[in-house]
Design a protein around this ligand. Structure first.
Ligand code: ADP
Ligand code: MG
Length: 228
């Protein structure tokens, strides 16, 4: 356990560093983009070069915005969050994209209330990352199920299952490594960031996958004021 703790502390420092760098890089990037747009509107230079520069800058921005989720701990606002409402909220966000891709999202909540002490936006980001991956794993359509169950007396388990193409053992082993992606336009940051956030909440993420699909289990502590 000692080694594990050290390891996650190390990750945390790396995460803070990444967030710091992301902040620093974003300002000059915004300035460059502004000038680029100006030059483009004045009709100087080669249109296809502008297009390349712009799409590469969009990519830098996407990576930065993902890294920024690992904001410095003092910027986090932890408070009581209703887990089911948050999941419903995220489901609504993803639903349009799911429907377009022929994917149905099914929820099993058992009508229980779970209050999590959390930074709402961070937890939301985790659920979005997981559900986006599920959608991206089902180009031919399929099912996603979200199930919430109490675990012991003070934990809750959230299961995300998809019927997508799954991961080979080799891929599964590498998932969560920074920048590891099998997608042409992936960043390979979603799972790493999600793991980091859940660990910051005192929880864990476990992943199972085969050619039938993928299951991601998120375990979180229930806020103590709601214990009975
Ligand atoms: P990205 O989505 O940008 O590739 P992630 O960290 O979110 O980065 O995921 C890393 C890799 O893990 C993906 O490229 C994919 O290979 C694999 N993966 C994650 N979730 C799933 C899933 N639900 N089904 C199949 N593969 C997945
Ligand atoms: Mg992803």
């Amino acid at each position: 356990t000692h080694e594990l703790l050290l390891n996650s502390e190390k990750l945390n420092v790396a995460g803070q560093l990444a967030a710091g760098i992301a902040h620093e890089v974003r300002n000059p990037l915004t300035a460059i983009k502004g000038f680029l747009q100006l030059m483009e509107s004045e009709g100087e230079g080669n249109k296809s070069y502008f297009d390349i520069i712009e799409s590469e800058m969009d990519r830098i921005e996407l990576i930065l915005s993902e890294l920024l989720v690992l904001a410095k701990p003092h910027e986090l606002k932890f408070g009581p969050i209703d887990l089911i409402s948050l999941l419903e909220n995220v489901k609504t966000l993803i639903d349009t994209q799911a429907v377009i891709n022929g994917i149905r999202i099914e929820t099993k909540y058992n009508y229980q209330n779970f209050t999590i002490n959390s930074d709402k936006n961070q937890l939301k980001q985790v659920f979005i990352n997981i559900l986006k991956n599920a959608v991206e794993a089902m180009p031919q359509g399929g099912f996603i199920s979200i199930e919430v169950k109490q675990y012991g007396c003070n934990m809750v388990k959230i299961f995300f299952k998809d019927t997508g193409f799954g991961m080979s053992p080799e891929i599964l082993k590498r998932v969560g490594e920074p920048f590891f992606t099998t997608k042409e336009d992936g960043t390979g940051l979603g799972i790493m960031i999600s793991k980091q956030i859940i660990e910051n909440h005192g929880g864990t993420i476990n992943i199972w996958s085969d050619e039938q699909g993928t299951m991601i289990e998120v375990i979180l502590p229930i806020a103590s004021e709601r214990l009975h």
